[in-house]
Design a protein around this ligand. Structure first.
Ligand SMILES: Cc1cc2nc3c(=O)[nH]c(=O)nc-3n(C[C@H](O)[C@H](O)[C@H](O)COP(=O)(O)O)c2cc1C
Ligand code: SF4
Length: 595
């Protein structure tokens, strides 16, 4: 098929709707292998959009590419925990086995091996994606097997299924996960007590959003309900891009009905007729099973028109896939992305509750927040409020990974001490814990009596354990690179600041840093914190700020001098020339004093 025929087919499947541009581009890439100039032209023509508009979306997302990545694209997860488990060595091993260089297509056009940001398998790494499908628990044996399958050009559907087995690893359940949930029970309860009474239950329960910011869910729902509109939307934020977080993946894998019940009752409360699950591209493997659950719910009268026989209660849910962009977890960027655009955060106000998806009132909530709402409907607001602490009601799911014997998902009432979680997961000589991922909080061993709660240590869910032998400077360097890679580039303080900060960290790592670099970094961090457009830029410097404060010795031992040291090693850059010319005399070196 020509690119034009492929594009025309994909566009037709989506009713020629430009809002579906990202989904269309994903499908065109799947069929054509990449999004070259012809494919972009073809999509633009088929949708009747300016080419530049299509290109702006196609070039924004890491999982979309303009050049071929071959028949097999393998992307190793670049999370710090994957690194601790040997990611770099495994990637090099794979490249050696396949006779290729990293980040380059093999000469025969068969295979590409590279890296990508964390893929949400921190409890079962080192992990990678092959053509978008997860490969957990990689080791030399598995890579040998995979190399053989690729050489024999076996289609993925013929690969042994055990290679793709993603475990749920729920280690501790509480209010959400301990008991099974009867599909539809939460919706039935809302119909019994009324939408207004359900909102009152939410106010009584007082849950705060589980996606990070901790905004009161009832306040958000009430604002959307009150906003004048003919159409309202419920959006489930399943972007889960924060490195070290994977609890939303587990909720969708094993408790999808709880989440969909939560979305449906939210629709009843705010008066929405349409719902969207924005699923991160790296969770493609969940999409088919989720579609099956949605269809079963339609068949059972839990979605569609007249839900549970109630006249006028019409609501359905669609799944929209992301394509690899951490910033799309930010709610306004997510909405842009769901509308088929590059995922850049909007100016706020206005907020999504009044001007959200397609300009209409929209609630965006985290996957876990919807699960909490479903439980609140079934068991009541007072019950929920009796769990946890007065400021942080209910329970929290933690994605535990790193130096521990039992990584996985742990559910605790809010207020649980960090020390208790470390004991339960079998932490090995813990020295530090990164709570809430790179944008969260770094706790040193002196702070293990602090508690997981909005009023003490808030978290979106990640809990990464670092043993005594880990170098916290390298942890911060990995996080800093992550932010530089994920900055959407919209505003200068973040676009330039994250890159400069990453460069300074590399310079320190190379033993070329000085006190001057630290002073520069302090200035940069202040600018990023105060002048960035969105939360990514505000928090991107946090790993450096906190590790500098709590583990200063890891920086001090890297400082070569207390004064200025140039970032560019001129003499080092001449090494290749010396090798080519076979010279190593004094004249072939640059005098450091001259630089
Ligand atoms: C850079 C950035 C990334 C974010 N990523 C996520 C995410 O992956 N999942 C999520 O639920 N919220 C994420 N958020 C928070 C959302 O903007 C929003 O606050 C949240 O979805 C609201 O849901 P909640 O009230 O249920 O927490 C992110 C925020 C920022 C600034
Ligand atoms: S702070 Fe960073 S991620 Fe946010 S809008 Fe600016 S460049 Fe984009």
């Amino acid at each position: 098929m020509t690119p034009h025929e492929v594009a025309a087919g994909c566009v037709a499947r989506h009713g020629g709707n430009p809002v579906k541009l990202l989904q269309i581009l994903r499908e065109v890439q799947d069929a054509a292998g990449h999004l070259g100039p012809e494919a972009i032209d073809a999509v633009a023509t088929a949708l009747g959009l300016p080419r530049v508009r299509v290109e702006a979306t196609a070039t924004f997302y890491h999982l979309l590419h303009a050049e071929s990545h071959g028949v097999y694209e393998i992307l190793f997860s670049d999370n710090i925990v994957d690194h601790m488990q040997g990611k770099n060595e495994l990637l090099a091993y794979m490249c050696e086995r396949m006779w290729l260089a990293p980040e380059k297509l093999s000469e025969d056009g068969l295979v590409y091996v590279g890296s990508t940001s964390d893929i949400g398998l921190g409890d079962q790494g080192p992990a990678a994606l092959v053509n978008g499908w997860p490969l957990p628990q990689l080791d030399h044996n598995r890579l040998d097997l995979i190399a053989g399958l690729i050489r024999n050009r076996k289609p993925l559907r013929e690969w042994p299924s055990m290679l793709f087995d993603v475990a749920t690893n729920v280690r501790r359940g509480d209010a959400l996960l301990a008991e099974p949930h009867a599909p539809g029970s939460a919706i039935a309860r809302v119909l019994e007590i009324s939408a207004a009474a359900m909102l009152e239950e939410m106010e009584r329960a007082s849950p705060r959003g589980r996606g990070g910011a901790g905004f009161k869910t009832a306040v958000k729902w009430a604002a959307c309900r009150a906003a004048p509109a003919t159409m309202r939307y419920v959006v489930c934020n399943a972007d889960e891009g924060e490195p070290g977080t994977f609890k939303d993946r587990v909720l969708l894998q094993a408790h999808a009905d709880l989440v969909f019940d939560g979305m449906t009752l939210a629709a009843r409360v705010v008066g929405a007729a349409r719902g969207i699950v924005y699923l991160r591209g790296e969770y493609l493997f969940l999409a088919e099973a989720l579609e099956a659950v949605l269809q079963r719910r339609r068949d059972d009268g839990l979605l569609g028109n007249r839900i549970l026989g109630e006249p006028g209660f019409d609501f359905d849910i669609a799944i929209e896939l992301g394509a690899g962009a951490y910033i799309c977890g930010e709610e306004s960027a997510l909405i842009e992305s769901a509308e088929g655009k590059a995922g850049r955060p909007r100016n706020r106000p206005p907020y999504p509750v009044t001007h959200g998806y397609l300009g209409q009132p929209t609630i965006v909530n985290n996957v876990e927040t919807f699960a909490c709402a479903a439980k609140i409907a079934v068991r009541g607001g007072a019950w929920w409020a009796s769990i946890g602490t007065p400021e942080s009601t209910g329970t929290k799911l933690l994605s535990v990974s790193g130096d521990c014997a039992r990584p996985g998902v742990y559910e605790y009432p809010f207020g649980v001490p960090v020390r208790r979680v470390l004991a339960d997961c079998g932490a090995q000589r813990p020295h530090a814990v990164q709570v809430g991922g790179p944008s969260g909080t770094c706790l040193s061993w002196r702070e293990f009596d602090r508690r997981i709660a909005f009023e003490d240590v808030p978290t979106a869910g990640a809990f990464m354990v670092f043993g005594r032998e880990r170098d916290m400077f390298e942890v911060a360097r990995n996080f800093t690179r992550f932010f530089a890679h994920e900055s959407c580039g919209f505003c200068t303080p973040c676009r330039v600041g994250t890159s400069l900060l990453a460069n300074h960290m590399d310079k320190l790592a190379a033993g070329k840093g000085s006190a001057h670099d630290l002073a520069q970094m302090q200035r940069l961090m202040h600018i990023m914190l105060t002048m960035s457009h969105c939360g990514l830029g505000h928090t991107a410097a946090k790993p450096v700020v906190e590790t500098l404060e709590k583990f200063p010795e890891t920086y001090e031992r890297r400082l070569r001098a207390l004064d200025y040291e140039p970032a560019f090693d001129v003499d080092g850059a001449l090494e290749t020339a010396r090798q080519i010319t076979g010279r190593d005399d004094a004249g072939a070196h640059v005098d450091e004093g001259v630089v």
